[in-house]
Design a protein around this ligand. Structure first.
Ligand SMILES: O=C[C@H](O)COP(=O)(O)O
Length: 251
């Protein structure tokens, strides 16, 4: 397992979770002690819960993040939430460019890049998501697509302290399907090369997470792949025991 970079296990709750879900956060906080010092844990609840979760998690080893943000700091943008607002609510991270945002909400690489820049402006760490569709992989275009997304989505001058990249093949999200470790290794190595070419030494330090049907039963195998510096977890992050089952790979 590559330990030169501190691993991150991040939970993306997507549009799931009510106030009562704080019990799961508390469960994660209780179990986090086993991995603290070895990996960082992050929970990204829906925006309605960011402030209360951040308050609950204050002083613990669990970080709280948002799932998206708007590029402007404030103004007449009904329904949007800025990176500054997330930071004010206690978030330390924000996911940008998740494939659901790209597909359902038509976000383009340029939008994602603006969001990542907004996150930096607000002092947040952005988790920039990239990944190919099934059709693109079958057409042997996976690295071309991911390369284009990296070029268009990553902000200039990024530092490892304010950027994490998440590789999430769209066809693996919520399907129970995962790429082979060899395919993950190939893509993560490709992303590492691109990061190093663009950001030099900083690019070597940027964490690259794998996301897509990660669960406790496959986490050890997936997290052992070279240049996999943790996981971005969807469905299996909603229950503390499931999420900790993944995080405990690093215990
Ligand atoms: O952001 C998380 C990903 O979309 C993965 O979701 P999943 O673990 O439910 O496949």
């Amino acid at each position: 397992m590559d330990r030169t970079r501190r691993p991150v296990v991040a939970g993306n709750w997507k549009m799931n979770g009510l106030a009562a879900s704080v019990s799961e956060l508390k469960g994660i906080m209780a179990g986090a002690k086993a991995v603290s010092g070895k990996a960082e844990l992050l929970v990204c609840p829906p925006a309605t819960l960011v402030a209360s979760f951040a308050k609950t998690a204050k002083g613990s080893t669990v970080h709280i993040g948002g799932q998206t943000c708007y590029s402007e700091a404030s103004g007449a943008f009904t329904g949007e939430i800025s990176a500054e607002m997330l930071a004010d609510a206690g978030a330390t991270h924000v996911i940008v460019g998740h494939s659901e945002r790209r597909t359902i909400f038509k976000e383009k690489d340029a939008d994602v890049q603006k969001k990542a820049l907004a996150a930096r402006r607000a002092g947040l760490i952005s988790i920039v998501c990239v990944g190919e569709t099934k059709e693109q992989r079958e057409a042997d275009r996976a690295t071309i697509i991911v390369g284009q997304q990296l070029t268009g989505s990553l902000p200039e001058g990024a530092k490892a302290a304010n950027l994490i990249v998440a590789y999430e093949p769209v066809w693996a999200i919520g399907t129970g399907l995962t790429p082979t470790p060899a395919d993950i290794a190939e893509m993560h190595n490709f992303i590492r090369e691109r990061l190093a070419a663009r950001f030099k030494a900083e690019g070597e330090e940027v964490r690259i997470l794998y996301g897509g049907s990660v669960k406790a039963s496959n986490a050890a195998e997936l997290m052992a792949v070279r240049n996999v510096d943790g996981a971005l977890v969807g469905g299996a992050s909603l229950k503390a025991d499931d999420f900790l089952g993944i995080a405990n790979v690093y215990a």
